[in-house]
Write a protein that binds this ligand. Structure first.
Ligand SMILES: [Zn+2]
Length: 135
C-alpha cells in the first residue's frame, strides 16, 4: 500500500483505518517493506509476536511492535485516534491542538505531544513520514 495521508479524504481514512488492526497492518507493511531486520541482533527471521502485527526475532527473541520506531513510538493512545490526528495535521498543519482535542476524544496535552512530533517530522523531512523516529 503506497498511499499517503495527504491523498486521503476523510471517507477514505475511515474506510481504510477504522479498526486498530488496519492501522497496525499498515504500519507493519510500511516498516518492514523490505523485510524484517531485528533491531537488536540483525537477524532477518521472525515469527509473529504477542500483539497484533508485532514480530519476534527467532534468534534473540526480542519483539518489536508495529508502532515501534514510527511516529507512534511509545504513543499510548488508541492507534485509530492517532491516525486521525496525522490525517488532520496533514490536511491542515495549522490546526490547533484544542481543535484536535475536540475532533478526537483525546486530551489537549496528548494532541499537543503528537502534533509536536509531527511538526518536527515536517520540519526535518518536509512531510509526515510515519517511519520517522525521534532521537
Ligand atoms: Zn534478534
Amino acid at each position: 500500500m503506497s498511499i499517503t495521508f495527504k491523498q486521503l479524504d476523510i471517507k477514505g481514512l475511515s474506510e481504510l483505518f477504522s479498526e486498530e488492526a488496519d492501522c497496525l497492518k499498515f504500519l507493519a507493511e510500511k516498516k518492514w517493506a523490505s523485510g524484517f531486520v531485528c533491531n537488536r541482533c540483525g537477524n532477518t527471521n521472525y515469527c509473529n509476536g504477542k500483539t497484533l502485527y508485532s514480530r519476534r526475532c527467532t534468534r534473540c527473541k526480542s519483539e518489536e511492535s508495529a508502532t515501534a520506531h514510527t511516529i507512534f513510538h511509545r504513543c499510548h493512545i488508541p492507534i485509530t485516534e492517532a491516525f486521525r490526528i496525522v490525517y488532520l495535521v496533514c490536511h491542515d498543519p495549522s490546526v490547533s491542538t484544542y481543535e484536535l482535542s475536540r475532533l478526537t476524544d483525546l486530551r489537549q496535552m496528548t494532541c499537543w505531544k503528537l502534533k509536536n512530533r509531527l511538526n518536527d517530522c515536517i520540519k526535518n523531512r518536509g512531510e509526515i513520514d510515519i517511519l520517522y523516529n525521534e532521537k
